[in-house]
Design a binder for this molecule. Structure first.
Ligand SMILES: C[S@@+](CC[C@H](N)C(=O)[O-])C[C@H]1O[C@@H](n2cnc3c(N)ncnc32)[C@H](O)[C@@H]1O
Length: 437
């Protein structure tokens, strides 16, 4: 822990969180990676508190920036640290329940070292007196529920107003934590016993190897067996994806968007480390992460390939396309995506998704196509456009969308959807395909 220059020993959570947000903005890395990079030397409680400050601020970015832009015309032109320090202070005074004078004082103290104390003080004193005055229903919902206007409109069309509001509220909660036992390294019973002995309260799910964490003294990710790869933290709907493909020990499986390897590792476990999985991804840094993750988890039947999943060739029995997507089902754990995914990225991503589906069907007889997106276009409509034959999947969650904006999807009862507000999971779409005819 570094002492402050004024001699106090207070850990400057706001200061580190402002640095984390500036880093997320600059290098587009996740909050988790930025916290690791900038607060890795602090104990897990400090890291947890910096993470919470950063994530909670990011979740409400549109409303926080509304206050700041109403007060300071040149807000976007500020240096990244000061801009994000102001955001943290506004989060504290408007949404965290910190007394405005206290939030302002701590921000001003931090800004003083950088010669920005009077600016920060003046802005925050004005913000304190401001309320949101939204014009129109969409804008009002957007600023009240902290989602972009286009998403509010889209979610209302897809789910009705009641469903959309419930989804947006669920996106603001901390996502539930699920633990998946890695049976390549330990039995379900031994891991369960270990976690319970360490004060983790577990609840069974419909999958034998997955538990929901109901409470803990220390977060399961901070315990030794997690570093030893005996279990991973993985969303329940994400775990269902590998079961949907149902790989057997003798199979050859191709995973066309594999990094960082959570589902590859799960499939390796279901295959008891036998057969062969070819795991492809086009991101060198994510492939590096996958390599070390698979090693940590004791996975031995995987060939890792840096390549383009849209064209990669490998004859296989089964293929998984866990496609790059808008992450609209993952806003609870990745709130920064809400503010960065635009129309151009949507179009480019959907093109990749369709190419990957077509390539998977060229290489394998059975394909599972999954996304963590809630949009009809990335899911049901993509399947219509690729002309694949859809095989029925059992659903532990809900079913697909039958019709959206005049497009009919007849096979809606064969595919699976999960939603944060309905199933306490990320929003996933999961489907099983084969070649037509
Ligand atoms: C949803 S993530 C995959 C998560 C992974 N299946 C898991 O369970 O850990 C999508 C992945 O697709 C990769 N990707 C994007 N475009 C690609 C392409 N053209 N070829 C291969 N991989 C691609 C991204 O780098 C990212 O790792």
């Amino acid at each position: 822990m570094s002492a402050r220059s004024d001699g106090s020993n207070v850990i400057p959570t706001q200061e580190i969180a402002a640095k984390v947000l500036a880093e997320v903005e600059r290098s587009r890395i996740s909050v988790k990676s930025a916290v690791q990079k900038l607060a890795g030397g602090f104990d897990y409680k400090v890291r947890g508190s910096v993470h919470a400050y950063s994530v909670e601020t990011l979740k409400r970015l549109n409303a926080i920036d509304y206050f700041l832009k109403s007060t300071l015309k040149k807000f976007d032109g500020l240096d990244p640290f000061t801009r994000n320090l102001l955001r943290i202070a506004v989060y504290e005074m408007k949404y965290k329940g910190v007394h405005p004078a206290l939030a302002t004082d701590s921000a001003v103290r931090i800004a003083r070292e950088r010669g920005k104390a009077s600016l920060v003080n003046a802005v925050l004193r004005k913000v304190e007196k401001l309320d949101i005055q939204a014009e129109g229903r969409l804008k009002e919902l957007s600023l009240t529920y902290f989602h972009p206007e286009w998403f509010v409109k889209y979610a209302i069309e897809l789910l009705g107003e009641d469903g959309a509001l419930k989804l947006m509220k669920a996106n603001l909660r901390n996502p539930p934590t699920y633990v998946r036992v890695n049976e390549l390294k330990g039995s379900v019973e031994s891991v369960r016993e270990y976690l319970e002995k360490n004060g983790v309260i577990l609840e069974e799910t419909f999958l034998d190897e997955v538990f929901r964490v109901k409470g803990y003294e220390k977060h399961p990710a901070s315990l030794d067996w997690h570093s030893e790869g005996k279990y991973v933290i993985q969303d329940l709907a994400s775990c269902f994806v590998s079961h949907a493909l149902n790989p057997s020990p003798g199979d050859v499986v191709i995973d066309l968007a594999a990094a960082p390897g959570m589902k590859t590792a799960h499939m390796a476990m279901l295959m008891q480390n036998e057969g062969r999985i070819v795991a492809v991804d086009n991101s060198p840094s994510r492939v590096r992460r996958m390599r070390s993750k698979l090693k940590q988890l004791g996975v031995k039947n995987v060939e890792i390939k840096l390549g383009d999943g849209c064209v990669f060739e490998c004859e296989a029995d089964k293929a998984l396309v866990d496609a790059p997507c808008s992450s609209t089902g993952n806003y609870a754990s990745q709130p920064n995506v809400k503010w960065t995914f635009d129309e151009r990225k949507f179009r480019a991503t959907m093109k990749v998704q369709r190419k990957m589906i077509a390539n998977a069907l060229r290489n394998a007889d059975e394909v599972v196509y999954a996304t963590c997106s809630i949009t009809f276009e990335e899911n049901e409509e993509n399947l219509l456009k690729t002309g694949a034959k859809i095989l029925p999947l059992p659903s532990p969650f809900g079913r697909g969308v039958r019709e959206f904006r005049g497009v009919l999807f007849r096979d809606w009862e064969k595919v699976v959807r999960s939603f944060p507000h309905l199933h306490d999971t990320a929003g996933f779409f999961i489907s099983k395909l084969t070649r037509d005819g």
